[in-house]
Design a protein around this ligand. Sequence first.
Ligand code: GLA
Length: 391
Amino acid sequence: MLVLTPPLGWNSWNTFGEEISEQVIRESADTLVSTGLADAGYKYLVIDDCWALRERDENGRLVPDPAKFPNGMKAVADYVHSKGLKFGMYSCAGMLTCAGYPASYDHEHTDARTFAEWGVDYLKYDYCFHPASVPPDILYKRMALALLNCGRDILFSACSWGYDSTRHWIKETGANMWRSTDDINDSWRSVKTLSLAAPLSLRYGAINCFPDMDMLICGMNGAGNVGLGGCTPDEYRLHFSLWALLGSPLMIGCDIRKMDDFTKETLMNAEVLRINQDPDFNQAFEVGRDIGGFTETKAERPIYVRILSNGDLAIGFFNLSDTPSVPMDMHLKLEMIGLPESTGKTLLMKELWTGEEELVKNGIFYTPVPAHACKLYRAQVVDAPSQGQGR
Ligand code: GLA
C-alpha cells in the first residue's frame, strides 16, 4: 500500500484508554464529520488498546469485548465507513498488548485476516511483551507480510517508540508510518522531550514511511487517560506547529465531542495542514541554532525549514526554553537557507497563526518568540526591493 502524505485522524488512547465503547466510537465518528475535521483531512478513526477479551476464541481468533462492543467490530467498521471515514485498530508484536490483552505474536496471519474481514483500514502495531529471541525487524516483517496477504489494503502503523534503532530497519518492513519517539502525555515536559528528540529521525522519513512523533494532545486540557496537567494555549500551538512542520502523522487525541474553539481552530488551520500534507514531502532541516544566551538556551531554540513543492518555504521558530528571561529574539539569515542577497531575492513571510505578513530586508529576519511559544511561517520567494527602497 502506498501512502503519499502523513495520515491524519483520531485515536482513542490519549483520552479514553480502557474506557472505550461502540458509543464513544460512533459519537467520535459523528463529530469528526459534523465539526469539519473529516473535511480538513482527519479521515482515520482508530481504536487503540483494550478493545478485546482477555482470551482468544476456540478458533484462535481475537474477540471484541461484548461489554464494550456489543454488536461486534464489523458493525463499528460499517458505521465508520458509512460516515466516509477509515477505520483503524490496534494490536501488538508481542504475546500481550501494552495493557495486557492478547496480541499478535505467532497469530499474525489469523489476526490480519480477522481485521480484513471486519473492514479494518489501518493497524497500529505496538512493541510490548515481545520475545527477546526474535529481532525487532523480524517482528514487524512478520505482520507486514500478514497484512499484505490478508486480502485488504491495511495501512501499517508501526509503534516501536524509536527503540532498538527503529529508524535503521523500519523501511525494510514496508511500514507506512512508524513511531520515532516515546509515548506522549498531556504536559509541557512531554512536548519538550519529544521535540528535542525529533531531529534524530528526520532523515529517515520519506513518503510512505512517515516518522510519527505520537498522537496530539491539543485540546486535552489535562483531562483523560494521559492528561497530566495539560498545557497552555501557546504550548499546544507549538506542539501542533512542530508536529505539522516536521511531517508527522497527526492523530488527534482529545475528546473531540467536547472540543473548545481554540482547539478546533488549531487543528483545522488549513495553511498549517497544507504544509504537513505538502506532496513533495521534502525533509525538514534545522538551521544553525539561534545565537545569544547560553548553550542550553541555544539547543532549546531550534529553527526548522522545509522546502515546499511550489517553491515556497515553511519556516518555524520554536522556543522550548523554560527560562522566560533569556532574550526572545530569534533570527534567520537567508543565506543559511540558500537565498543570499546576491540573488536579488528575499522572502515574503506570512505567519500562519496571526496572518501577519512581513518582507525580509537586508537578508536577515528577526522575530521575538517567547518561552514555550513558536512562530510558523509560509514564506514566498520574491524580488528584493532595490537599494534605497525599503532599506
Ligand atoms: C503503548 C503505545 C501507546 C498506546 C499504549 C496502549 O504505550 O505507545 O501509544 O497504544 O501502548 O497500551
